[in-house]
Design a protein around this ligand. Structure first.
Ligand code: PLP
Length: 445
């Protein structure tokens, strides 16, 4: 482990040129927060402080920071084979990684398409879904169904099936032929649920409504996150995912799980697919696949999906899709070392071992001012605050800034605070996180 930096790092003397994503640029640049080093559970800030990582970077550094095996693998890979094309040429680690991944994903999702981000995984999955039907002679199935409050990245397909108004409203008419299921957030009987909520499975029947409206023969795929992360951690009601699976199967519609945040141990199992025991036709992953160290994503396709493309003359390309950096050697080396790290340190199951301790800690915030709901599953937690009318986001943003000052990194969306710590977390870290949050929530106006 590296010794933490204790000295201050000067701020860049001009911060204007870098246009930051999902950030209020002008406010940030007046009061910047920069990380200059990271190790284990902690970041070091430019002003020489330690900040505990309560959200695994952005839900991606599931093995924490500066894992020696991953660092070494990247260093060695860059010196051996820095880049290889992925079209018409391959390199061994991409095949090795695909084989490792298919062994972790349950069911028959045995074919893996590499991407560089969650957004690209989603675009890839949507394109595969539409092309799959065409390959099978059902080219009339083009419609895509997402869900209100869904988040599937920022590219046009993902934004269109996504259901977060702020992410959509600036960007015109989006992709045509998309519709949305109703969301499952805010069901009163589910408030302060520990684990999976009891009420709301009926909301999956909304798909029947859309089938009636559009006719199932026009629908290519349904995409949802098993747990909606970015909209504020919305857990699937008991029976909901199973019902979606049954309805999609009945109508010949492909089901896509977006496991970009739930993949790689977040649920106390390798994937949400393992946890919920419901198998989709396509699964999108990214984020923690390479511990957030090198950009990477992977789309898992069921055998029947892949097989639909493997028809016709063998010398012809089956899918006109791919990314220059998809499955590049550096990302594959990082991902292989990440999988080794998860396995050696038993991190996929850490969320199961710590489940009840984590659950009690998250729910210990109940009763504090403005707290209107608390939710948890695996190593995920969320606290929802009552919004100030006309100042939605203010309370959670205040909490975020105060937490940062007190040495804890959290993430907010609207007035919901999310926690998703690295899976290397121990009980003492959990105690620090929620003692800090308790102190903060007492002081929020
Ligand atoms: C469920 C889900 N899908 C897709 C994405 C997009 O991933 P990326 O930011 O890597 O493009 C995210 C990112 O948070 C996500 O949570």
């Amino acid at each position: 482990m590296k010794a933490p930096l204790t000295t201050k790092t000067p701020l860049p003397n001009d911060m204007e040129a870098y246009w930051m994503g999902f950030t209020p640029n002008r406010a940030f640049k007046k009061n910047p927060r920069l990380f200059v080093a990271a190790d284990g559970m902690y970041y070091t800030t430019h002003d020489g402080r330690q900040v505990m990582d309560g959200i695994s970077g952005l839900w991606c550094c599931n093995a924490g920071h500066n894992q020696p095996r991953i660092v070494k693998a990247i260093q060695e890979q860059v010196a051996e084979l820095d880049y290889s094309p992925g079209f018409q040429i391959g390199h061994p680690k991409a095949f090795e990684l695909a084989n490792r991944l298919k062994g972790i994903m349950p069911g028959d999702l045995n074919h893996i398409f590499f991407t560089n981000s969650g957004s690209e995984s989603v675009e890839t999955a949507l394109k595969i879904a539409i092309a799959y039907h065409r390959a099978r002679g059902e080219g009339h199935r083009t419609r895509l169904i997402g869900r209100e409050k869904g988040y599937h990245g920022v590219n046009f397909g993902g934004m269109s099936v996504g259901g977060m108004p702020a992410n959509r409203k600036m960007f015109g008419t989006l992709v045509a032929g998309v519709d949305h299921l109703r969301h499952t957030h805010g069901i009163e009987e589910n408030l302060f649920t520990k684990g999976q909520p009891e009420h709301g499975a009926y909301l999956a029947d909304d798909l029947e409504r859309l089938c009636e409206l559009h006719d199932p023969s026009t629908i290519a795929a349904v995409i949802v996150e098993p747990i909606a992360g970015s909209a504020g951690v919305i857990m699937p009601p008991k029976g909901y995912l199973e019902r979606l699976r049954a309805i999609t199967k009945k109508h010949g519609i492909l089901l896509i799980w977006d496991e970009v945040i739930t993949g790689f141990g977040r649920m106390g199992k390798p994937f949400a697919s393992n946890y919920f025991g419901v198998e989709a036709d396509i699964v999108c992953t990214a984020k923690a696949i390479a511990n957030g160290v090198i950009p990477m994503g992977a789309v898992f396709a069921h055998d029947h999906v892949y097989d639909a493309f493997m028809q016709g003359p063998e010398e012809l390309i089956e899918l006109f899709h791919g990314y220059t950096y998809g499955g590049n050697p550096m990302a594959c080396a990082a991902a292989l070392a990440t999988l080794d790290t998860y396995e050696e340190q038993d991190l996929f199951y850490k969320g199961t071992k710590l489940w009840s301790y984590w659950e009690d800690a998250v729910h210990s915030l109940r009763g504090l001012p403005h707290v209107i709901d608390i939710r948890n599953m695996g190593l995920i937690g969320a606290v929802e605050l009552e919004s100030i009318p006309d100042k939605v986001t203010k309370r959670a943003t205040d909490a975020f800034l105060k937490a940062y000052d007190k040495g804890l990194l959290i993430r907010t969306t609207g007035d919901i605070i999310a926690f998703s710590p690295p899976l290397i977390i121990e009980k003492a870290h959990i105690d620090f996180m929620f003692e800090t949050m308790r102190d903060i929530l007492k002081t929020i106006d």
